[in-house]
Write a protein that binds this ligand. Structure first.
Ligand code: SF4
Ligand code: FE2
Length: 628
């Protein structure tokens, strides 16, 4: 059995892991243990299955054994192809999410279908869509159409690239990495990495960069921006987090996955008076909707719905015995949920044609009949309340934090200071002043998932604390955000972890030292913020005293995020190595050489304390170069 102390710093996770053991339920940690030792070829990226002459694997550990695939592909070719394909898959996942949101906006009708008209008009302006004489729903349709054409347009570059600093845009043009159409960039990775195509690792990574940039500055940004238009741009609010937010007396519904279209509808349906009445008839006190993973971030920041848990807590939510339904859409949904749900009364309900799970109930979601379908799903949960069996145990572990710091919300907060000093509002000036004066040394984004190769949550939390004490502001998204809020780092009280400078900034702005910017696609908000700061200072993103870290990452999406961050000029520290170590050339290219080309690079550092030290050195170097 895995030692709980080793695998998590989260009390609720420990307690429910013990219950799972007692009830002989296998969780992600048990399966990870059973998988040891993991395949060395796979770990180093040295296995190729790109054609049926394979699989081929390159032997590195001894002089014996093959040094090239049957076709002659070298370790450099095989490793870079595998990496590029992972990036393309990640970019595809985020971008398809963005496409679904654009489609939802396209089909949205009626006056109330647009929650943030200001943002709609702003995007229309950026994209050259005339707004005079048109109502919001017509503009929304035209913006959605334009967004959808970003996926397959024949000529021209992605429209949101214009948000990047000019220097960055010029660099992308010079290097030939400015993406044109999102789908095309992903297709080109698949084509060029097909057997017998591109064998040059630098050129393969160049195409992977195009696909990654089409995620960050394309699909993800479309996902974020149009979600704000449809459902509202997040503003700061308080929420509770961790599995202690489940309520024994209520029908508990966990919404898990990524796209806010489904979760928004579920949140609305759960307020339906007939369903609430029905829940009472079943003996429940009410209906308690909570969110998990990125869906958790989305509905928390727009509705104050509690954040039940991160990627590694999904099985444990069911192990409480108190979850009537877990409703999922796409991405990060463990197929094991169906097996765990079978041992309890929980109904696992899949809703996307892109993500069905054997053993689950499938109720397909359709935005155009969104509320009706959502009511049907909620009714399934309500009627399941009386089927509870076995011991119900909800750990009394939860914390509170402030979330919802969208770019627009941050600007509003900065305006409070700007206005009080009679400076022009709507700029990042106060933030830049704090950085220039040295009160704030810099900022770091801590993002990403959970991975059994790293202690659960503790890498995120340790890294955040190490940075805070060095007067480095932390912004976070995804499961990194779940870790931070659970550890109390999004409360004002977390100022106790800060150095004097950061504590003063937080007090002045009345913010917590770790800012929640949303879900994984919302890393695009960080790109917008960085561009704004760089433009204000008249420099490129790569000149800023900033960095990013993904201490517990695991998904292909994270590889895409990492690469678009590097290609945007950011120093990115990974706590888990991507499968590239089988090629010294590819590893060196990603962790060293790219810096002279793009201004950003990867660093692999498992230990969060050492990662913080490296980040601090990087930030101080950038400050020196800026002369501040
Ligand atoms: Fe082997 Fe080459 Fe086919 Fe890959 S593409 S499986 S290295 S023969
Ligand atoms: Fe996510």
């Amino acid at each position: 059995m895995i030692n709980c102390e080793l695998f998590t710093c989260d009390a609720a996770t420990k307690k429910l892991y013990d219950k799972a053991k007692k009830e002989r339920i296998d969780t992600v940690w048990d399966r990870a243990l059973a998988m040891q030792p993991q395949c060395g070829f796979g770990e180093m990226g040295l296995c190729c299955t790109n054609c049926s002459m394979g699989p081929c694997r390159i032997v590195k550990v001894s002089d014996d054994g093959p040094k090239a695939g049957i076709c002659g592909a070298t370790e450099d070719t095989i490793v870079s192809r595998n990496f590029a394909r992972a990036v393309a898959a990640g970019s595809a996942a985020h971008s398809d999410h963005g496409r679904d949101i654009a489609l939802a906006l396209y089909h949205a009708t009626g006056k109330s279908s647009v929650k943030d008209e200001e943002k709609l008009f702003k995007i229309a302006g950026e994209w050259g869509i005339k707004v005079e004489g048109k109502d919001a729903s017509r503009i929304a349709r035209e913006v959605a159409e334009k967004a959808l054409s970003e996926f397959g347009k024949i000529f021209g570059k992605l429209l949101f690239l214009k948000r990047a600093p000019h220097k960055r845009q010029n660099l992308w043009d010079e290097l030939g990495v400015a993406p044109e159409a999102i789908d095309r960039e992903i297709v080109e990775v698949l084509h060029s990495t097909h057997m017998g195509c591109d064998a040059d690792y630098r050129n393969i990574i160049r195409q992977a960069i195009r696909a990654a940039l089409s995620d960050g500055w394309g699909g993800s940004m479309i996902g974020t921006e149009l979600s704000d238009v449809l459902f509202g741009t997040p503003a700061p609010r308080k929420v509770e987090a961790n599995l202690g937010v489940l309520k024994k007396e209520c029908v508990n519904i966990v919404v898990h996955g990524h796209e806010p279209t489904l979760s928004e509808a579920i949140v609305m349906a759960a307020k339906d008076s007939e369903l609430l009445e029905l829940a009472k008839k079943q003996g429940a006190e009410g209906i308690n909707v909570v969110g998990m993973c990125c869906t958790g971030n989305e509905i928390a920041m727009r509705h104050g719905i509690p954040m039940a848990g991160d990627f590694f807590q999904q099985e444990l939510a069911i192990v409480t015995g108190a979850v009537e339904a877990m409703i999922v859409d796409v991405q990060c949904i463990m197929p094991s949920l169906a097996t765990v749900a079978k041992c309890y009364h929980t109904k696992l309900i899949t809703t996307s044609p892109k993500a069905k799970v054997p053993g689950a109930i499938h109720i397909e979601f359709d935005e155009q009949k969104g509320l009706d379908i959502a009511k049907r799903i909620v009714k399934e949960a309500v009627m399941n309340f009386k089927n509870r069996k076995g011991e119900i145990y909800i750990p009394d572990v939860k914390s509170e934090g402030e979330i919802g710091y969208s770019f627009e919300a941050i600007i509003k907060i900065l305006d409070r200071v700007t206005n009080s000093f009679a400076h022009p509002s709507g700029t990042v000036k106060p933030l830049v002043d704090a950085i220039k004066s040295g009160v704030l040394r810099g900022a770091v984004a801590i993002v990403g998932c959970n991975n059994h190769k790293q202690p659960h949550n503790s890498c995120h939390v340790t890294l955040a604390k190490e940075l805070l004490r060095r007067d480095i502001l932390v912004v976070t998204t995804g499961c990194g955000a779940h870790s931070c809020i659970k550890a109390g780092l999004m409360s004002k009280d977390a100022r106790k972890y800060c150095g004097k400078g950061l504590a003063t900034v937080c007090e002045l702005l009345d913010i917590p030292p770790v800012l929640h910017l949303g879900s994984c696609v919302d890393i695009s908000r960080i790109l917008v913020l960085l561009s704004e700061v760089a433009n204000y200072m008249g420099v490129d993103i790569s000149d800023l005293p900033v960095a990013a870290a993904a201490p517990e990452w695991m998904s292909e999406k994270a590889q895409s995020i990492g690469l678009y961050a590097v290609a945007s000029g950011i120093y990115v520290v990974l706590g888990v190595s991507p499968a590239v170590t089988g090629s010294e050339n590819v590893t060196n290219y990603l962790t060293k050489d790219l810096e002279s080309v793009l201004g950003g690079r990867f660093e692999i550092e498992k230990d969060p304390v050492k990662a913080a030290e490296k980040i601090a050195v990087h930030i101080e170097n950038k400050r020196k170069q800026l002369g501040i």
